[in-house]
Each structure stands twice: as C-alpha cells, then as structure tokens.
Design a protein around this ligand. Structure first.
Ligand SMILES: [Zn+2]
Length: 324
C-alpha cells in the first residue's frame, strides 16, 4: 500500500514537470521575435546603409574675377584720352546755398553725374549741401579753404588751406578727397609735388573753360561749352553764378544728344588711356621723331610734373575780383 502511494506521488510529480515544461515552451513560442538590428540604426531609426568608401564631393570653386588694377594716376590732368565718349563736367567755388541745390535738381532729373570742387569755408557753412552732392552720386574735391592763389602762399599757409578743406569735406560727407583744383589754375611744379606726395591729391585742371566767371550769359556759356567739348574733356564752370546754372539745362541736353556721357572726374581718370600715337601721314618726310610706344604715357614726365598750367589759364592769372 505504501509503495502504491509513493508511485502515485512520483507519477504526479512527473506529470507536473511535463506540464510545466510544455507551458514554458508554449509561452516562449508566442513572444514576438525582435529583429537583430545594429545598434547605430536602432538609435537613429534610419535604415542601415551599406558601408561604402566615403566620397567627399568638393564643390568646384566659382572663379572670382581678378579686378583689373587701376593705372597709376598722373600728377596732373587737364584732359583724358578715352576710347568712348565720356566727359567730366566740373563745378568750382561752391557749395552755394541756393544755386547748388538748383543745379543738383537739373542734374538729378537727367541722371547726370559731375564733380564739385568745393571751397572749404563754404563746406563748413553749408555741410548739408555737400552731403546732398555726395548722396546724389557726384564727386567732391578740394578747391582750397578761402580761394587764394596757392603760388603766393608760405608753405605753412598752403598746408592749412589744403588740410582744413580736406577735413571740412571729410567731416561733412565722410569722403577723403583725392583731387585738388588750385584756384585760378595757379600751380607750379613744387606745389604739385607737395599736393601729390604730402596730401595724396591729384591736380585737376581743365580743357574747356566756360568763361562763365567772366561772361555772365547763359547762351554764351552754352555755346562755348557745347562747341569746344570733345571726348575726354574736363569742363570748367562755377555753380555760384545764376547764368551758369541757367545754361546747364541746354548744356546737358545738347551734349547728351550728341552722345556724350557725363562721368565724375575720378571715373574719367580711370578711363584714361596712354596718349594716342599720331599716325604719320603717308608723305611724311623721313627723320621725323617717332612717337613714344604704347604703354608709356607721353604726357607723364618723370620728374615733378606740370611747370606750365593749362593754356586756358593764362588770362586767369589775375584773380577775378568777383570770384570768392
Ligand atoms: Zn575757383
């Protein structure tokens, strides 16, 4: 009897083990199978990319155009040699409180740019007009502080005339000017050298004198300018005379109709070519000196430049009493 009880117990134990094992297997079979994914993909959630050699594509750099350096400036300009039809209209002795704004209106309406050689004390008095000149795309430059003949000044007085005017223009407009027109065109080699080397100023003379300071007649000023202007011309006028401002409408319209393009004086200088070679006529006798080769500007002297001012200056050696 005892043996039978033990046999039953052992059987029950065996059945229990078998049932437990079967239940465990069944439970395991129902677990979802997790795919084995690489750790990196599990983190990023991105599909695994087949390992391939990494090709770094270097972008082709956009070629940057090398800016053409401007040719060095000459010490003095009274005209330029240009391939096109550019000219520089220049106005001296302002800013004038009424006439300069009138002139600026005329220029603005036509999209015409010019250069204003300013008298320092006038800039100090009317800085807002100097600002307007610059704001409307024109060039401003130095015409001394009080309009003396530079050739009659002591070295210190000359320095003050130039430096004070540069400062006044800079204070009013933020512009550091690079051009200087001597009052009355009165200049010599040593002053030119000083302006160039000490102040970094190029001497700006002219090739067409409107004589507007002498003959206060708009029709005369118009006729003179429109007849004498050629490509590369630097035209002198004064924005302190009503007759000059009155003339400018016709001057601008006539020259524009002829195909001339108004640029600032620095723009004209940047377009300046070496002096054109004079082509000798076929019947030129032998022995005539050959012109300088291209690339060597004939008008650039090696030493201190311009000993003689522009031909048109001669009658102006005596300052006009009415010019400020
Ligand atoms: Zn002047």
């Amino acid at each position: 009897m005892k043996l039978k009880i033990w046999s039953l117990a052992a059987l029950a134990f065996t059945v229990a083990i078998v049932l437990f094992t079967a239940a465990s297997l069944a439970a395991k079979a129902q677990l979802p199978t997790r795919p084995s994914i690489p750790a990196e993909s599990a983190i990023t959630g991105l599909p695994t990319i087949a390992t391939a050699p990494l090709v770094v594509s270097t972008p082709t750099p956009t070629p940057v155009p090398t800016p053409t350096p401007l040719p060095p400036r000459k010490a003095t300009y009274n005209k330029c040699h240009v391939a096109g039809s550019e000219i520089a209209m220049t106005f001296d002795d302002g800013p004038h409180p009424k006439l300069t704004p009138m002139l600026l209106d005329i220029m603005k309406a036509r999209g015409i740019k010019g250069t204003f050689f300013l008298v320092g004390k006038n800039v100090a008095e009317y800085p807002e007009i100097a600002q307007r000149i610059v704001a409307e795309g024109h060039e401003v430059a130095n015409h001394s502080w009080a309009h003396p003949q530079l050739t009659r000044l002591a070295p210190d007085a000359l320095k003050k005339e130039i430096a004070d005017t540069n400062d006044a223009i800079h204070r009013a407009t933020g512009i550091q000017t690079t051009l200087m027109r001597p009052p009355y065109g009165a200049i010599n080699a040593s002053i030119t050298k000083r302006l160039n080397e000490e102040f970094g100023l190029t001497v700006a003379l002219w090739s067409v004198d409107s004589l507007d300071w002498k003959i206060r007649n708009a029709a005369h000023v118009t006729k003179l300018i429109t007849e004498k202007t050629v490509p590369g011309a630097i035209i002198l006028a004064h924005d302190i005379h009503p007759s000059t401002v009155q003339a400018m409408t016709a001057v601008f319209d006539t020259l524009s109709a002829k195909g001339y393009k108004f640029v600032t004086m620095s723009e004209l200088i940047a377009l300046d070519l070496p002096a054109p070679i004079q082509t000798a006529p076929a019947n030129t006798p032998a022995g005539i000196p050959t012109p300088p080769p291209v690339g060597i500007p004939a008008a650039t002297p090696a030493g201190p430049p311009i000993a003689t001012p522009a031909p048109s200056l001669a009658p102006r050696a005596t300052p006009a009493t009415t010019t400020p």
